[in-house]
Design a protein. Sequence first.
Length: 568
Amino acid sequence: MATVSDIELLADPVGFTAGILGHDIWRIPAQILESVAKNRHTAVKSCHASGKTFTAAEAVIWWITRYGDGIAITTAPTWLQVKKLLWGEIRKTLPAARIEYPKLTPSATELKLGEGNYALGLSTNEGVNFQGFHSPHILMVLDEAPGVEGGIWEAIAGAEAGGEVHVLAIGNPVIASGPFYDAFHTNRERWSTFTISAFDTPNLAGISLTYIDKDGHRVTLGSGRDLLSLSEEELDQAVRPYLTTRRWVRDKFYEWGPGHPLWDSRVLGDFPSQAEDALIPLAWLEKCQQCDPTVGVSLSRDRKKLRAGLDVAGPGEDETVLVVRDGPWIIFSQAWMRADPRGEVVAALKQYEGRLEVINVDSAGIGWNMYTHLDDIFPGIAHPINVGESSHDPEKYANLKAELYWGLRMRAQVGDLTGYLDEKLVGQLAGIRYKHNARGQIVIESKEDARKRGVKSPDRAEAVMLAFAQHELPYGLTAYLEEKIEQIDAERLQCMRQMTDKLDTGLNRAKIETVPESGKEPAKGCPECGATCIQSVCTGGKRCGACGNQFDEPRSDFKPMNRNTLFK
C-alpha cells in the first residue's frame, strides 16, 4: 500500500527521481524536470555529455507513473537513436527502481503499465503517425530535436488542441534554424528554455577559462581556477565521470578553439554562428552523421569496388590518414603520427586487396615517395593527385583542390557522405573556409592561413576529399554531377508532363494508336500507353516512365544511369 510519502514523491518529479529511481540529481536536470511538470513546452540545448537524454528518460518514467492515464511518446530523427539513446537510458533505469516495473527486452521501445497508460518510442517521417493518441495527460519527448522533421513538430502542435499535452525538446544546438531554434528565439515566449554549458556541469564547478575572442574582447567562462593551468591529475578529477570532463573541454579548446561551430555547440551549448565562408556547414554534417554506419559495413561485404584516399604528412603534429569508402559510406579510417608509416598503410590496404578500385594518394612533396611505394605493391590502382595542379574547370576553380573540395561539399549537401564520421573529422570539415578571388574563382583556405587563426592541418578532411576524388572523369567532377542531375530532372519532367497529358485526355493506360505522317516512321513509344519517355533496364528490355509497363527490346550497349549510380 502506498504511503503518504510515496504519493508525495509521485507528485514531485525531482523527489520521484531521487526517492523512487535512486538517482543523484544535480541542479539543472532538477529544474528541467520541474519545468516538464509545470509548463507545456520545455526546450533544452546543451553541450556534449550533459546528461540531457538521461533526464528525458527520467521524465518519461515519472510521467506514466504519476498519471494512471498518462501516455509518453518519444521520437528522434532515426530509429537507431530512438532505440539506443533515450530508450537505452529507460531500460537501464527500471531494474534499480523501488517500484517494480515490467521487464523490458534489450531492444524494447515500449513500457506499458496498464490500458491507456504507457510510453512508446516512435521514429517516422510522417506527422500523421503522431495523431490518434488520446489521453488527459500526454508527454511528447523529442530527442536530438534539431534533426526532427518539421512535419513532426506540426503534428505535435496539432495534438495539443485535444487536451493537456506537454512537450520536452532536447538536443545539441547544431542547426541555427528550424522549430528547435525558434523555441529559443522567435517562439521563446511559448517555451521554458534551458542552456547547459560545459561550465555549468558538476565536473567543471569552480573552473574557469579566459581567452581573447576574434574581436579582441576578453571572455571568461565559469569561475574559479583556470582550466589551462590545471595539472594532469586535476584534469582527471570528475565527481560525475559520465558527464563532460575537464580534460575533454581542455582538449577541445586546443583542437577547435573559440569561434569554431563545434566549440559553440558541443562545449558552450549555443547555436553556432556558422561562418558565411564555411565550405560545409555543420548542419549538413550532422545530417550525414545520422545514418547507421553498420549498414555501410554490411553493404561493403557484397560489393567489390572500393576507393581509398591517403593524405601524407611529414614528422610533427600532422597525421598521415587513410580513408576507404564504399559508395557514399566511409567504412575505414585510420591515422598515424609516425614520420614513415608505409608499412602500416600497406597492411591496412591489404585487407581490402582484390576489392580496391583506386587508391588516390596525395603526391605533393613527400607524398610522392608514398605513391611510388604503393604503386609498386598495388600496380594500376595507386593514383597520384597533386591538388595544387590546375582544375578541369579553371574558370570556376583556382586549382584542383578547390574543385575536389567543392565536389565533397555537393555530396554533403545532399547527404551522399556518411559512415564513420568521427568528431575530429567533422570538426575539420566544419572548419574549412573558402572564398572567391579577384577572378571569381573558388579558393580553399590554405593550411598556412588556417594555422594563423589557430586551426591545425585538416589531414582527415583531406583524406576524405581524396577518397571521393574521381580523377578518371574526362572533365570536372562537379560539372559531371551537375550535368547528369540536370539530365535526369529533365527526363523526369518529360515523363510527368506525358502522364499529365494522358490523364487529362481520360485515356488512363489505354493503348494509343500513333498515326504517322506521310513518309515518316511511327514514333516508338510504350505499347501500353503510347508515352515516349522510355527507359532501358539493366536486364534488357524497356520500361515506360509514365505507366511503368515493361516490355522486351534488349540493348547490349546499354549502361544504366540514375541518381544512385552517379555517386558510386
